[in-house]
Design a protein around this ligand. Structure first.
Ligand code: SF4
Length: 442
């Protein structure tokens, strides 16, 4: 199963914090659509006949495209690719573009899911971010989308900005929950270099971001979402059971995807490539039939490090059996060794099905569930607290390396995940677990 991402590089105005590729000059929208159609035809072979399970219109602001343009794009995708009849087709929309007529058109086009860039339900925050919409427009957009039958609805919120108090952050989350939204994507405000926000902070015209406030608001977010029955299936993404974004999940599972449009990235399992981030050059290159892109073939170590980085952000965590299968038993062992100190400090934990032992040798399994730490894992000293989940046979005789290895000595179904505290430092922990070429060979 593969995914298609389409980057729609236009925005009504520039949000101060944004470093995505977009233009506020809208007059080339039609040329862009023509160019995108050419790219769809040119690059159809990239995912090599695989069924396409998800299509994602991102940006920029895809809701700025007229329904006729979206229809042409979707028709071309259906013609060039094997689009699953059950495909998830997501459109990112800004609340100021969401009216009854647009919603009806999107539904008729086969868009199944909307991702709304709400960011805050308070006008003061929106003004500070230089968003083009108001809080009232967000409320209207959510209710109208629901009335039009868009049950699969996601709302983006941003925390950690200087205008957002903890109380307001709580109320933002509760507002989204109160409206019955089944999926939330919540991002810490990041000051990216060369953005307007970066410039304003340097000139002391905007307050800098307070990391402690961000950490506090992230913890608050996790607590509220947990209490509301949402699963934090990725560091920044929360959903009710069964309501995850299938498109984003496919990135995290390492599925191939084709990225179309300026700045869009593609991945085929062994290499990444990315289109030029310039609308005029992109349109020109498609007119000439010569796409402009850069490409990187991933080394084994890069693939392993990417897997560590991405998997640790997900609820499924880093699968050591998969690491052993793809990169060798010694890589799994070295990774577990390095992770030991984070398990000791309560920032990571082990999960998985352990082989159980009886007089006849190994048999069955025991599941170490959420919040469980092993007594000893592959020679690593960890917390002494051990708990076996219901439904799986525990075996108190299991100690030491045997605990995580099958009869064949494989790391079957053994995973490591971040704890609540670990999630605060996710990317730093992942980077600390990275391999270099020499270490992997060793
Ligand atoms: S609408 Fe989205 S893509 Fe456009 S400037 Fe704002 S944050 Fe960036």
């Amino acid at each position: 199963m593969a995914g298609i991402y389409l980057h729609i590089p236009f925005c009504r105005q520039a949000c101060h914090y944004c470093n995505f590729h977009f233009s506020t000059t809208l007059k080339r929208k039609n040329d862009f659509t023509d160019a995108l159609l050419k790219e769809i035809a040119l690059r159809a072979a990239y995912i090599d006949g695989e069924e396409v399970g998800t299509v994602y219109f991102g940006g920029g602001t895809p809701s700025l495209l007229e329904p006729e343009a979206l229809a042409r794009i979707l028709d071309a995708i259906r013609k060039q690719f094997s689009l699953s009849p059950a495909a998830e087709v997501t459109l990112e929309a800004n609340p100021d573009d969401v009216g009854a007529a647009a919603l009806r058109s999107w539904r008729n086009l086969g868009i199944t899911r909307l991702s709304l860039g709400v960011q805050s339900f308070y006008d003061a925050d929106l003004r500070w971010m230089n968003r083009a919409h108001s809080a009232a427009q967000s409320l209207d957009a959510i209710r109208s989308a629901q009335d039009e039958g868009f049950g699969e609805l996601s709302v983006d919120l941003i925390y950690g900005g200087p205008t957002l108090t903890d109380d307001r952050w709580r109320r933002n989350i509760e507002q989204a929950l109160g409206l019955g939204v089944p999926h939330l994507s919540c991002y810490a405000l990041t000051v990216e270099p060369r953005t307007a926000l970066d410039h304003l902070i340097r000139q002391k015209k905007a307050q800098p971001v307070d990391p402690e406030c961000q950490a506090r608001q992230f913890l608050l977010l996790m607590d509220i979402m947990d209490g509301a029955g949402f699963e934090q299936y990725e560091i920044s993404n929360f959903s009710l059971p069964g309501r995850r974004s299938r498109h984003n999940s496919s990135y995290w599972k390492g599925f191939p995807y084709l990225g179309l449009g300026p700045s869009a990235h593609s991945f085929n399992g062994t290499s990444r490539q990315w289109n030029i981030a310039d609308n005029t050059k992109y349109i020109g290159s498609m007119e000439s039939g010569l796409p402009i892109y850069e490409k990187e073939d991933l080394t084994i170590v890069q693939r392993l490090n990417e897997y560590i980085m991405i998997s640790l952000r997900t609820v499924e965590g880093c699968d050591l059996g998969w690491v052993a299968g793809q990169f060798g038993e010694s890589a799994a062992e070295a990774l577990a060794e390095k992770a030991g100190r984070y398990v000791d400090s309560g920032r990571m934990e082990w999960r998985g099905r352990l082989p159980a032992r009886d007089e006849d040798g190994l048999r069955g399994g025991a599941e170490w569930g959420s919040g469980v730490r092993s007594e000893r894992v592959a020679g690593l000293r960890t917390s002494p607290e051990t708990r076996m989940d219901k439904g799986f046979r525990s075996n108190e005789n299991l100690k030491g390396d045997e605990g995580l290895k099958s009869k064949e000595g494989k790391w079957e179904a053994v995973r490591m995940t971040l704890t609540r505290e670990g999630k605060l430092l996710a990317d730093g922990i992942a980077a600390d677990l990275f391999f270099d070429e020499a270490a992997l060979k060793g």
